[in-house]
Write a protein that binds this ligand. Structure first.
Ligand SMILES: Nc1ncnc2c1ncn2[C@@H]1O[C@H](COP(=O)(O)OP(=O)(O)OP(=O)(O)O)[C@@H](O)[C@H]1O
Length: 268
């Protein structure tokens, strides 16, 4: 049994338009899967549906089963909020493109990190303070960040803090939804390398969402290609890059190649 099994997942807008149509994939414990597609293809809706958080007014059908160690196996579609609350953060969690989605602008970073650590590990007092500092260190943030408000640190540091918060509940599956898209190119590479290392060190499963094939290729080995809400191709990343079958995947691969050779040219 997989950690995450998505079958025929369909999301409809209030006007009945299908935004996601019969999408299916699985993620085993500790495995990595990339979800790639252009803007509006349904990537974020997939992430939200897995978390049981579809936008208001949308109808979700099909099946999303989360089966994380130590937690009840749960059908997310149609599950009561009570059942989902126990799963969110622990079975699966999300890091979004914009770290301010996860961070409270009015609270210091240390206090925000302490909250999930207190809740999930029952820590108080100095052990809690030590755990906050360890969590910052794990994402390579200096101690002083604990006493800063989100607006007082850089975008890259905010994303590291958001990653630390996501990891505080020790999730079995990390969903990273364009986690580096809003960052400068050099910071992007650092955050990606950090995420890659943390997922390996903690043996987490990763669902990595991006419009950028080159970025997905750095952290995953299997991909699902989404276009207009349909999964048009899926499989091993190297097979897909080597022999893309769908015309849209061919476009993705050739534009990634063009970018690659332009960068090679620039380096010479
Ligand atoms: N809250 C909402 N209300 C109405 N339509 C929405 C809502 N959220 C998403 N959509 C529509 O659903 C479709 C898929 O959106 P989604 O955000 O999943 O795309 P995406 O692939 O994540 O794109 P991006 O890379 O731009 O985030 C789009 O047509 C979008 O306009």
């Amino acid at each position: 049994m997989s950690l995450l099994e998505v079958s025929a997942l369909t999301v409809k807008a209030p006007d009945g338009r299908a935004l996601l149509s019969e999408v299916s994939f699985e993620v085993e414990a500790g495995a990595r899967l990339g979800l790639i597609g252009e803007s509006g293809s349904g990537k974020s809706l997939t992430a939200l549906a897995i978390m049981g958080l579809p936008p208001a007014g949308m109808t979700v059908s099909g099946s999303v089963v989360l089966d994380a160690p130590g937690l009840p196996r749960t059908q997310v579609v149609g599950a009561p909020e009570r059942a989902l609350n126990g799963l969110r953060g622990r079975a699966a969690t999300v890091v979004f493109q914009e770290p301010l989605t996860a961070l409270d602008p009015l609270a210091k970073v240390g206090r925000q990190l302490a909250e999930p650590l207190r809740r999930t590990r029952g820590l108080r007092g100095s052990p809690l303070r030590a755990a906050v500092l360890a969590a910052l260190e794990e994402v390579r943030l200096p101690e002083r960040v604990a006493g800063a408000y989100p607006h007082e640190i850089s975008g890259g540091q905010r994303q590291r803090a958001a990653i630390a918060m996501a990891l505080a509940c020790e999730p079995a599956l990390l969903i990273a939804d364009e986690p580096t898209t809003a960052l400068d190119v050099t910071v992007q590479a650092e955050v990606l390398a950090l995420l890659d290392g943390l997922v390996s060190a903690r043996r987490m499963a990763l669902l990595f969402i991006s419009h950028d094939l080159a970025v997905v290729a750095r952290v995953t080995d299997r991909v699902v290609v989404l276009k207009e809400g349909l999964a048009v191709e899926s499989g091993n990343l190297l097979d897909i890059v080597g022999e893309p079958r769908h015309p849209y995947t061919r476009d993705l691969v050739s534009s990634a190649r063009r970018l690659d050779s332009a960068l090679d040219w620039g380096a010479r």
